[in-house]
Structures are given as C-alpha cells and as structure tokens.
Design a protein around this ligand. Structure first.
Ligand SMILES: Nc1nc2c(ncn2[C@@H]2O[C@H](COP(=O)(O)OP(=O)(O)OP(=O)(O)O)[C@@H](O)[C@H]2O)c(=O)[nH]1
Ligand SMILES: [Mg+2]
Length: 254
C-alpha cells in the first residue's frame, strides 16, 4: 500500500493535470481523500470524472454535478455508451491550459472505477487493458491518446483504513461469495438505493418497498426470488449474494 502511495505521488509530480475517476453510482465513497490532498498540495489542475453514468438517473447526475463542481471541474462519462469522452478531451485541453507541447494526464482513482476504460474512450482505441475483475492495471502505463494528450494509467488504490467490506463489495474488489458479511453489504446497497432511486430497486426485483427497513427489503427480495429454505423461511444469504452480484454486474441503476 505504501509503495502504491509513492507511485501515485510520483505520477502527481510528473503529470500536468490529474483525472480522479470515480464511480457515478457512489461518488463520495470513491473519492480518494489522500490522493485529493496530494493533488491540492501539488497545485496541479484536476478534473473529477464521474464514470459509469449509464447506471445513474438524470436527477442523480444533476444533484452530484452541482455539488462536486464546487470542488473541481466535473465531467460525466459513460464509456459503455460512448458518452462524455469528447467533452472530457476538451475539458482536459481547456483546464491544462498548455500550448505547443504534449499534455501529460494522470488517471487516478479507486479500483474498478473505469480509469483504463476512460483512457480508451478518450483515445478512441482499446490501448489500456481493462477487466470486470478489479486490480487489473498493475503498474504505470503510458497511453498516447492523440491530439497532444498522453495519459498515465495507474492501478486503483483504496486509502489505507478505508478498505472495508462495503467498499470491497461495491467496487467488486471481492465477489459476493468471498465477502464475510454479504448480508451486511447487501443491506448497505439496499439502503443506498432506497435513498437514491427506490423505484429502480422495486421494478428490478418486482417488490413494493414502502417504508420497510433494509433487512425486510432483503427478505422481500428473497421471497420474490423464491430463495426459500425447507421450512419456507427466506434464505437471506442467497438473496444478499444475488443483490451484490446484480450490483457488481451493473444491472442496478441508481
Ligand atoms: N456500466 C459501465 N461499466 C463500465 C464503464 N466503464 C468501465 N466499465 C466496466 O468497469 C470495469 C472496470 O473497468 P476498468 O477500466 O478495467 O477499471 P479500472 O479503474 O482501470 O480498474 P483497475 O485497473 O482494476 O483499478 C470493466 O468491467 C468495464 O467494462 C461504464 O461507463 N459503464
Ligand atoms: Mg485499469
């Protein structure tokens, strides 16, 4: 972990401008406070890239944008839908404000947020390796995206002390069957979705949530999915594993 931090510090030192790639479904949980502190200290410009916005409702996008744009220029991207990458290219050129030479752009963020995918989206070619399994990018890689933009791709890093199961589950750092407390993680996902987009959760699982607590919603989903034990009780662990899998596969919109 310490060596990762040094590697990122070095990227911040070398780059002209930094991108912090966060997951638009949970931007606050995927903003890396340590990295942001290092960027602010370096006085280099940075852009917050909210990727995977295909999984987020328009209302959530607007709310997040007005909040985060007070901190740094903010660009919404969906590499999957080829949305926002041209805007990001323009934003990089405008924010870096460098004329007559290549611009070195560091792409930083938590594991699996789509740092490498964003680079490929801007480059218009699959140049950086990507994978649904987090921890794919192992070291620093330079990617020439044309029109004076040179990216530095980096491995995803979770700040020391924040590496809890909830984050590991949300980011697909660990799959559902490797989590110690899948029920706890699924309840957090339910809580988050009930707060942001309850209707999406209801229509995905064909349940009516009303004012039910997260644990009761888990049981409702389990019953609806027919995950029952012999005596007819809901198998909560099976229900939790399904919810986490659906979330990790990007099937749940927020
Ligand atoms: N739905 C959706 N999935 C995306 C998007 N961008 C990337 N992904 C998926 O997210 C997963 C991770 O993408 P990567 O680009 O490898 O992420 P990374 O941040 O470079 O990951 P590490 O190198 O492991 O830290 C892959 O399965 C991508 O297909 C997007 O805009 N929408
Ligand atoms: Mg990567």
């Amino acid at each position: 972990m310490a060596s990762h931090r040094m590697m990122l510090k070095d990227v911040i030192k070398k780059a002209d401008i930094l991108l912090e790639v966060v997951d638009a479904r949970f931007p606050d949980e995927t903003r890396n406070s340590e990295v942001e502190r290092d960027i602010v200290r370096s006085k280099k410009p940075f852009i917050i890239v909210l990727n995977k916005c295909d999984l987020v409702s328009k209302e959530t996008i607007e709310k997040t944008k007005s909040r985060l744009s007070q901190i740094a220029p903010t660009v919404f991207v969906s590499v999957k839908d080829r949305f926002g990458t041209t805007m990001l290219r323009h934003k990089i050129l405008e924010t870096a404000g460098i004329k007559g030479r290549d611009i070195l752009v560091g792409s930083l963020g938590y594991p699996n947020t789509g740092k490498s995918s964003v680079i490929n989206g801007v480059a218009g070619k699959h140049k950086a390796g990507t994978s649904p399994i987090s921890g794919h990018t192992k070291g620093i890689q330079l990617v020439n995206a044309g029109s004076r933009i040179m990216f530095i791709d980096t491995p995803g890093v979770i700040p020391f002390g924040e590496n809890d199961e909830y984050i590991q589950g949300l980011l697909a750092v660990k799959d559902a069957t490797h989590l110690q407390d899948p029920i706890g993680v699924a309840m957090k996902i339910i809580e988050k979705m009930c707060a942001e987009n309850k209707t999406a959760l209801e229509s995905f699982y064909h349940v009516t949530i009303g004012e039910h607590e997260p644990y009761d919603v888990l049981l409702l989903i389990g019953r609806q999915s027919n995950f029952l034990r012999k005596k007819g009780e809901v198998d909560e662990t099976r229900a939790a594993v399904k919810i986490i899998n659906d979330w990790q596969k990007g099937l749940l919109m927020i």
